[in-house]
Design a protein around this ligand. Structure first.
Ligand code: ATP
Length: 306
């Protein structure tokens, strides 16, 4: 009997191991199911841009079923206009840009570009139509010219230089020993946050997309850098449908409309002046941020004086 029970135990052990493995695989597939793959609809046509109007219609979205991030968000960015999205950290501002790119599908409602649901056109054509100036640009370990030309690989050297001028970075580049052929990135010249952002702006100017997302840097740049970057951003967003994801409030004053997100819904909307008059969430965020900026400035001046 002893001789038989050992192999039986062993078989039991193997059986449990296999059972466990199957469960793991089931769980794995379950997870894959949950993270719905975003794929092109069969026979989806490319996006046909007419003037570049973006609409969010009653958009509901959650990354995880148990936590709703957007609960019925509707707004329009008319062609060529700028809408800024503000709100407390974690309110879902960046999520809105991910839904426009269709990195995720909405659970209810729809996102359209010129009346076309983003789920019914090819992802490639959608993404080709959107330019993004991210918070933090990752540079390739290559020349600065390569990094700018990435926006449109067939651009000529003159076009690359013109884009750099418009992004107000050509002065900096021409002062480098090897100019546009200087190596940048982790293994080359390290650029400052502001310089990297200008490279991203130059890229976007070359790409010349009809739609633009500006993801404002969370980390504060010094006031002067911020003002000159703002001038370059104004340049690139002129005449383009633009969504500004505003983590700070200094850049939103000129937006055609400001949308204040809170708890997954739009709490307020209007121009800067209208929202200040309303004296609600936006106005209080604005006051708080101005006090913080003034405190920082005082601290900086005190340090300089010491
Ligand atoms: P901030 O101003 O801090 O950048 P935000 O308003 O841009 O915030 P989002 O990045 O849109 O916020 O995130 C909204 C919420 O969704 C946050 O609570 C965040 O933790 C959560 N979230 C973001 N990305 C994911 C993800 N891939 N999976 C699960 N949850 C996520």
């Amino acid at each position: 009997l002893m001789q038989l029970s050992v192999p039986l135990n062993f078989i039991g052990f193997v059986y449990r191991e296999i059972r466990q493995a199957v469960t793991d695989i089931e769980q794995m597939f379950g997870l894959l199911d949950m993270k719905q793959e975003v794929t092109d609809a069969p026979g989806a046509p490319p996006l046909a841009i007419t003037n570049g109007t973006v609409r969010f219609e009653d958009v509901h979205f959650a990354y995880d079923a148990n936590r709703q991030i957007l609960k019925g968000v509707s707004f329009e960015v008319p062609a060529g206009k700028t809408v800024a999205i503000v709100g407390p950290s974690g309110a879902g501002k960046s999520t809105i840009s991910r839904l426009l790119f269709r990195f995720y599908d909405v659970q209810k409602g729809r996102v359209t570009v010129d009346g076309q649901d983003v789920r019914e056109i090819t992802q490639e054509s959608l993404r080709a139509a959107i330019g993004m100036v991210p918070q933090d640009t990752v540079l390739f370990n290559d020349t600065i010219a390569y990094n700018i030309r990435y926006g449109r690989p067939d651009a000529s050297a003159e076009e690359v230089e013109r884009a750099a001028e418009q992004a107000q970075i050509s002065g900096f580049i021409t002062r480098l020993p090897e100019g546009f052929d200087s190596m940048v990135g982790e293994r080359g010249l390290k650029l400052s946050g502001g310089e990297k952002q200008r490279v991203a702006i130059a890229r976007t100017i070359l790409k010349a997309p009809p739609l633009l997302i500006l993801d404002e840097a969370t980390s504060a740049l010094d006031t002067q850098t911020e003002q000159s970057i703002q001038a370059s951003l104004d340049e690139v967003s002129r005449g383009r449908t633009t969504i500004v994801i505003a983590h700070r409030l200094s850049t939103v004053i000129k937006a055609d409309q400001i949308i204040v997100l809170r708890d997954g819904t739009i709490a307020e909307r209007g121009t800067h002046a209208e929202l200040m008059d309303e004296n609600g969430l936006y106005a209080s965020m604005w006051m708080r941020q101005r006090e913080a900026t003034e405190a920082e400035e005082r601290l900086r001046r005190a340090r300089e004086a010491a």
